[in-house]
Design a protein around this ligand. Structure first.
Ligand code: AP5
Length: 216
C-alpha cells in the first residue's frame, strides 16, 4: 500500500497515520517529524528548517524533496509507505512523480482528511506531544492519564513551538495557497479519497479502513 495523507494543519493526519501504519504495517513518513528530529539534533538541515517552521512557512522545496528522496530508498519502503505532510507544493508533487517513476511504482491513494478551519485552531492549541516517544495528546480530546506525562513512556509532554495561535493562522494561509492545489493535482488523477475529520478518532479510522479497502 503506497499512500499519501493530506489535510490542513491539525486535521488529524498524524493521529490517523499512526493507526494506518499499524493496520497496514507500512512506515509512516512525516516530513514534519523528520524536520523536528533534525532540529532537536541541530543538524544543518534542522538549523535551516527551523527558520521557516517557527514562522509557519514551508521549508524550501529543494531541502524537503531531497529529504524524501533519500527516505524512500530505505529498505522499509519496499512494500509500501504512508507519506504525511509531503507533497505540500506542486513542485514537490512533480518531484514525487519523478521519484516514483524511477522506482517503477505508483501511488494507490491520496487520503484527504477534510475539516473546517475553526476546529483546527482548537485542536492545534490543545495538542501536546511526548518529548521522548512523540505520542500525541490533546488537552480535552485525548487527555493523558496524568497531566503533562506520557501514558506510553512516562516522558514529559510539551507544546510544539509552531502551535501558537499566530503561527497557526499563517500555516492555514500557506495550506490554502500552496497545498490545496496539490489536492486538485491528485483529484484530476482520480487518486483522492475524502474522509471527514469531524467525529472521534476511532470513528474516523473505521471510515479510513473502509476507504482504503481494509476489513473494518
Ligand atoms: P507538520 O508536522 O506536517 O504539521 P501540519 O501539517 O501543520 O500538521 P499537524 O502536525 O499540525 O497536524 P495533524 O494534521 O498531523 O494533526 P494531529 O493528528 O497532530 O509540519 C510542520 C511544519 O514543518 C510545516 O509548517 C512546515 O514548516 C514544515 N514542513 C513539513 N512538511 C513540509 C513540506 N513537505 N514542505 C515544506 N515544509 C514542510 O492532530 C492535532 C490535534 O488534534 C492533536 O492534539 C490530536 O490529539 C487531536 N485530534 C486528532 N484527531 C482528532 C479528532 N478526530 N477529534 C478530536 N481531536 C483530534
Amino acid at each position: 500500500m503506497r499512500l499519501l495523507i493530506m489535510g490542513a494543519p491539525g486535521a488529524g493526519k498524524g493521529t490517523q497515520a499512526a493507526l494506518i501504519k499499524e493496520y497496514f504495517a507500512i512506515p509512516h513518513i512525516s516530513t514534519g517529524d523528520m524536520f523536528r528530529e533534525a532540529i532537536s539534533k541541530q543538524t544543518q538541515i534542522g538549523k535551516e528548517a527551523k527558520k521557516y517552521i517557527d514562522k509557519g512557512d514551508l521549508v524550501p522545496d529543494s531541502v524537503t524533496i531531497e529529504l524524501v528522496r533519500e527516505r524512500l530508498l530505505n529498505e522499509d519502503c519496499k512494500n509500501g509507505f504512508l507519506l504525511d505532510g509531503f507533497p505540500r507544493t506542486i513542485a514537490q508533487a512533480q518531484a514525487l512523480d519523478g521519484m516514483l517513476n524511477r522506482l517503477e511504482i505508483k501511488l494507490d491513494a491520496v487520503l484527504n482528511v477534510d475539516i473546517d478551519d475553526e476546529i483546527l485552531i482548537d485542536r492545534i492549541v490543545g495538542r501536546r506531544t511526548c518529548s521522548v516517544c512523540k505520542e500525541s495528546y490533546h488537552m480535552t480530546n485525548k487527555k493523558p492519564k496524568v497531566m503533562g506525562v506520557c501514558d506510553v513512556c512516562g516522558g514529559k509532554l510539551i507544546q510544539r513551538v509552531d502551535d501558537t495561535e499566530e503561527t497557526i493562522k499563517n500555516r492555514l494561509h500557506v495550506y490554502h495557497q500552496l497545498t490545496e492545489p496539490v489536492l486538485e493535482y491528485y483529484f484530476k488523477q482520480g487518486l483522492v479519497k475524502n474522509v471527514s475529520g469531524h467525529g472521534n478518532i476511532e470513528e474516523i479510522f473505521a471510515k479510513v479502513t473502509i476507504l482504503l479497502g481494509g476489513n473494518e
